[in-house]
Design a protein around this ligand. Sequence first.
Ligand code: SF4
Length: 346
Amino acid sequence: MPSEGNENKPVGTNENGTRKARGLSLMSGGLDSQLAVCILREAGAEVEGVVFTTPFFTPDSARKAAAALNVKLHVVDFTADEIALIENPPHGFGGAMNPCIDCHAKMIARAGELMDELGYDFVATGEVLNQRPMSQNRQSLGVVEKCSGLKGRLLRPLCAQLLEPTIPEQQGLLDRTKLLGLSGRRREPQMQLAAKFGLVDYPSPAGGCKLTEKGFGRRLKDLLEHEGLHERRLVELLNIARRFRLPDGTGVILGRDVHENRELAAKLAPTDTLVAPVSVPGPTAILPAVASAADLDLAARLVCAWSRFDKFEGDVTVKIVSGGETREIAVPRPYAREKFLPMQVL
Ligand code: SF4
């Protein structure tokens, strides 16, 4: 498992001679996750960070925050877990395709495994009681603690004063009086703490995870219902391009600019079909399937409709790459986008 920065830090002791508690704090890079590290340090703990990455969430902000706080960061690929939860979320989805309660519990369980592996005392999060009405009320925090199997080892330093003392607090390894009792959606206390700790660089609290975006959720649901989520490249391609669903259910992924066209061509699988204009500038499309003649005809027309055909005379020549072979066809006019707009997955 990759980890970054602050290597070989020795275990320290507190002023009273007890050894310092050692914890792993979930780091998104957001303000609350940064504050959790600062508060834990004030309470006498040694802290390392852990970030869980998926095609829906990058570790960039966590990396930046960990570097600024001089925290060793463990980067864990969480894709297989996340896909399994999207396919079957025991506690359902939030407002989009975000299985937040189960995802959060699973991340904490994974962090717990890492905690055991490293011989640490607790896992921490930057959660604030009642900050999010669904996922951070008292009941949800309890569900997450139970589902993660970390009873007594899951510490929420920003609202710990309002929760039962955890095992490291009971053992006196952490100074509970230095932990906070924040509750609710007001951000002023966090802003004051940010000023106190000199934290200036953090993304907005809601940002970051694509699964919380409704439009992305619709595209993900479409993929789940047709090709499924077992191919990582198709999941990753949800982050780019337009998507269409032809009448027989075949998908078409259409590049929106030269960079996306290149990415689609680079990610072409042997079983895919690629369709692109050669006589005019225009987009590359891939069909993640061996396409029928009817699908190819539609896909070629679709590609022409988004091409810059108006500056050229005559039929557009389109290349089709399938099963290792390339051929060219002439697609007669007219090319009408309107025909394809109802097929677009928005
Ligand atoms: S916002 Fe995304 S990463 Fe965070 S708990 Fe929800 S699904 Fe998981």
